[in-house]
Design a protein around this ligand. Structure first.
Ligand SMILES: [Zn+2]
Length: 332
């Protein structure tokens, strides 16, 4: 029998390649931040506005990070919450605010990865491991960067974004490629808000908001696909949300789900629900949680409902205390 393995990747898995962690946004904690901010943000009025609004918003929050902020900004479409730039007192309309934030997030991820240069060798080693005989692999990621698919394209030739009807280079949309589901969107995706058609590019485009019209008859301007951690993803991924459905199918059929560098944040109810559906129809199902510290592993286990009482209901998991690099080099 073929063993079905699903990798679930979070920000921690891209960080060796320069990908930022949640806490890095708006913080200037990273080594490369001095260059990135000076070149791309410090004199940019969009950035100065969104940063001022973020600082003002965070004053009243116990938990404040870019994900919480993105969620609130997205929910403002329905809650009607309004955000003013504290330096001018001017209110921003929802779509401008969300565009500014999307631009910042996409730019920060793009420039952080670019500043790191070539990704270290263990990404390609991970990619090569997806060829093991007797196993069928899929990848589900919450990251926007292109670090993993670049490594997989180099080693295996293709990935499958599982976006039917999308336009773009064949190697990203190959039915034979490793299923590679980007549940929060991607730096190289655009989508038509009217007809829902996706367009995939060779490299990052989300940070520049290219003025590309939809090739279908509707002729709308396409938008970047950077999805906030809200439950209703229809505005970003379409009402059918085929990506999350496909992820749910893969997870429920999986024999092994390996979670790497993903903290399963409390605010992301949709992601928690999705992962809890894992292994429903597979025999001998196993969760493997790869993280550096016992605390972070057990936080994830708790959010998956595996702790403290999970074992009583026959749900168990294997903790794997390692960095992504160590995991790849010693276990794959
Ligand atoms: Zn269209």
């Amino acid at each position: 029998m073929v063993e079905r393995v699903v990798y679930v990747l979070g920000a921690g898995s891209s960080s060796d390649a320069g990908g930022p962690l949640t806490r890095d946004f708006f913080s200037r904690l990273g080594k490369k931040d001095n260059t990135i901010y000076a070149r791309h943000f410090d004199n940019n009025s969009r950035y100065l506005t969104i940063e001022a609004i973020y600082r003002d918003w965070s004053k009243n929050k116990t938990e404040h990070n870019v994900e919480e902020f993105f969620k609130d900004v997205s929910l403002a479409w329905t809650t009607g919450e309004r955000f003013a730039d504290p330096t001018t007192g001017r209110y921003l309309d929802h779509s401008t605010l969300e565009r500014y934030l999307t631009w910042y997030i996409a730019s920060y991820v793009h420039w952080s990865v670019a500043a790191r240069g070539t990704a270290p060798g263990h990404y390609r080693r991970f990619a090569r491991s997806l060829r093991q005989r007797g196993k069928r692999f899929s990848v589900i990621t919450f990251n926007y960067d292109l670090v993993f698919e670049r490594a997989i394209l180099r080693e295996l030739g293709s990935v499958n974004y599982c976006l039917p009807h999308a336009k773009g280079p064949r190697e990203f949309l190959s039915m034979r490629g490793t299923p590679f589901l980007k549940l929060h969107g991607s730096l190289n995706w655009l989508r038509c808000p009217k007809c829902g058609r996706f367009e995939v590019s060779e490299s990052s485009v989300a940070h520049v908001f290219p003025k590309k019209r939809c090739l279908s008859r509707c002729g709308e301007l396409k938008e970047p696909v950077i999805v906030p951690p809200v439950s209703d993803k229809s505005r970003y991924l379409g009402p059918k949300n085929i990506l999350w459905k496909k992820a749910s199918d893969l997870l429920s059929d999986a024999n092994t789900v390996v979670i790497i560098g993903y903290s399963l944040p409390m605010l992301d109810i949709a992601a928690q629900g999705l992962l809890r559906s894992s292994g429903r129809s597979a025999d001998g199902f196993e969760f493997v949680i790869v993280n550096r510290t016992p605390q972070s592993v057990s936080n994830v286990a708790e959010r998956l409902g595996l702790e403290p009482l999970g074992s009583q209901y026959g749900m168990s998991y294997t903790p794997h205390l390692a960095t992504f690099k160590d995991y790849v080099e010693k276990s794959l």
